[in-house]
Design a protein around this ligand. Sequence first.
Ligand SMILES: NC(=O)C1=CN([C@@H]2O[C@H](COP(=O)(O)OP(=O)(O)OC[C@H]3O[C@@H](n4cnc5c(N)ncnc54)[C@H](O)[C@@H]3O)[C@@H](O)[C@H]2O)[C@@H](O)CC1
Ligand SMILES: Nc1ncnc2c1ncn2[C@@H]1O[C@H](COP(=O)(O)OP(=O)(O)O)[C@@H](O)[C@H]1O
Ligand SMILES: [K+]
Length: 725
Amino acid sequence: MPASPLLLTSTALRRIETDAAATLPPGTLMDRAARSAAARIATSWPSGAVVVLCGPGNNGGDGLVLARMLHEAGRHVKVWALPASDAGRPEDAQRAWDALPAGLLQSGEPVWPVGNAGTEGAGGAGGFGQVESAAGGFGENDSAAGDPGLRSEALSAALRDAASAAEIDTDAGAALDATAGDVTPTEVTADDVTADDVTAADLAGDVASREPVERGDTVSTDLLADRSDADLLADPSDSNSLFAEGDPADDLSNEPLSTGTLFDAPLLDQGRITDGLLLDGDVPRGVIVDALFGIGLTRPLDAQAQAWITWANAQPVARLAIDVPSGLNGDTGAAQDACVQATHTLTFIADKPGLHTRAGSDVAGTIEVDDLQLAAFVDASAEAGLGAGLGAGLGVDAKADAKANADVGLEIGLNIGANAGAGDDVTAAAPSSTDLPTNDIGHLIRKADVPSLFQSRKNDTHKGSYGTLAVLAGAPGMTGAALLASRAALLTGAGKIFVALADTPPLSLPCDPMHPELMVRDAAGVLDAADALGVDTWVAGCGLGTDDAAKGWLTRVLQERPDANVVLDADALTLLGGDQVMQAAFRQRKGIKVLTPHPLEASRLLGSDTHAVQADRIAAACAIAARYGAWVVLKGSGTIVCSPSGAWRINTSGNPGLATAGTGDVLSGMLGALLAQGLLPEEAVAGGVWLHGAAADRLVEQGIGPIGLSASEVAQAARWIRNQG
Ligand SMILES: NC(=O)C1=CN([C@@H]2O[C@H](COP(=O)(O)OP(=O)(O)OC[C@H]3O[C@@H](n4cnc5c(N)ncnc54)[C@H](O)[C@@H]3O)[C@@H](O)[C@H]2O)[C@@H](O)CC1
Ligand SMILES: Nc1ncnc2c1ncn2[C@@H]1O[C@H](COP(=O)(O)OP(=O)(O)O)[C@@H](O)[C@H]1O
Ligand SMILES: [K+]
């Protein structure tokens, strides 16, 4: 399922939520969100335990409803909830709290449910759920765990009574399920058996056979019967210990295993223990649901939330983030020190910018969007954004995009509909209009969004058809920067390229031996002849330097030939940021203007600091675009592209292989080449950024990176991608 290309900030989302909620019965959206998550879990983690961590707000409410739904479906669910805030829970979340079935909520710190990674099937009745309830929970939270000796007796009796081949089923509904014997859930009751017992039994099976034991595996009861209670069960001196001293399993760790610590790294490294006691190769089963905080995270996490997140991140199971990984700002992609490292994020109503820029792509895992059947509202928002200028500058059909999103959402909605409850019979009335501020809606940049990169060339063309580019760059000692940009322009298809070296004759490099197609001259020489040469696009700044000579050449670029396109990078940005004469000249230019700052250069253009830029990359890119009247490419993980009118997009391609010197030079050369070839700015800028990242992705696929990927290779890979179509 492709991710929605539409991105909404929390302001836009809240507006939609409010509008929609006003037309729906209370709790409908939370119900839909929870049902969506339940469907996702049923598909991806059909067995195994589900630990739901819930926060104080509606994100926590989603988690609480989800926990109830999963429990009712017979899943083995544990809930840990942060305390409500002083103001109490929001209405929907409070309703979810009140409806949480008894026994699911755990006290203390979260632990992985030991001894049971149960699955559906029992519907909660007569199953392990009852055992849990009676025992007050598993593991360290098991305050009523009882006397280990008693548990030992009960379990041993159960095992001995079992027929020669007994199935140890740690599943819900059958604490011990003897397929060929006498042990049934009714015989082994909550009073007789605790989770610790089953844990011990499973581990004992493993120890006895030295083979991994999985839930459902058949284990010889002879082996089990051969072992004494002392071998099988907890050391009576330590109610949490699962092994008596000298037990072979103890060899696996220097410390006695205790409940809740079954994911000890040494054990995992040996592939011995997964999924809360179940030995299941390298693939633990079960999932932790992160429903701590969503788009309402407004301040630093407190110690308890941080500890829970740290715990969740340390468990070798999947982590499904509800809406947004907790600790991540859904608008900006800024992550707190403690942030859920999700393997999957299921996000609601629309995709969020913070999932795609800065730390977002590091912590979100696989992103899925469910519009909660609010396509009409999303559609109207996109339309309103379009009316306010959004998308117009990008040449993006935002309405069509929104429709596509709606279709995606509906498809998900229909799937969910198969499990639908009462709330889903209600269709929200379509909104009449919304008027979101322009920069609360953006888009992703994907291959499909930049088709003109792949348009075939007409036969009846010549080198003049593909533009004449001049690259003002490469002061002495930085010649390579000029070559990187110029070669990238060549490989991206520019018709003619002049390298205007930031130097005076005689040049130390009269020609590029690798690419003699490039016409290398001194900067003044190219500037003097620019009219005659027909330069229609300038790329300026790569290794240009910031001395007076550089300043003079750049001023000429900005003041002369105002119809030519300019792409400014690196030193040109530093010079521009500090020179009002240049800024005035820049603003007055009629050609297409592109600025490609990394965060430090962006801060110079804004007179702020890098921290401020990175704290809200979209806002920074939009601010630069507005101040300079230019297209802005704010580089980094999740590069932001912003049009002069404030329409922003986030690139989806690229990887940390690009974090190497010279890749920015390559990007500016590519952007210049695409403009020189006459692509519309929205496709040249967004397309160049996407192509640059996609080239790096291809190199990684080929094993040429991320480590050691070099800038020159990016240009070559980009050429290949363009020609493949
Ligand atoms: N309202 C709606 O219509 C819907 C909301 N949904 C869910 O609700 C979420 C938004 O709910 P909320 O607005 O309640 O926000 P959250 O649940 O994300 O968190 C806000 C709550 O956490 C507190 N908080 C914020 N930062 C904190 C911190 N650092 N430490 C401790 N407490 C902190 C706030 O005071 C507030 O109580 C969405 O992300 C989504 O998961 C979904 O159910 C879909 C529908
Ligand atoms: N971690 C990353 N993930 C994705 N892209 C990255 C990453 N690090 C750097 N890049 C990209 O690499 C390029 C680096 O540009 P820049 O910092 O100007 O380098 P240089 O000046 O050395 O050429 C930019 O396009 C940037 O977006
Ligand atoms: K969350």
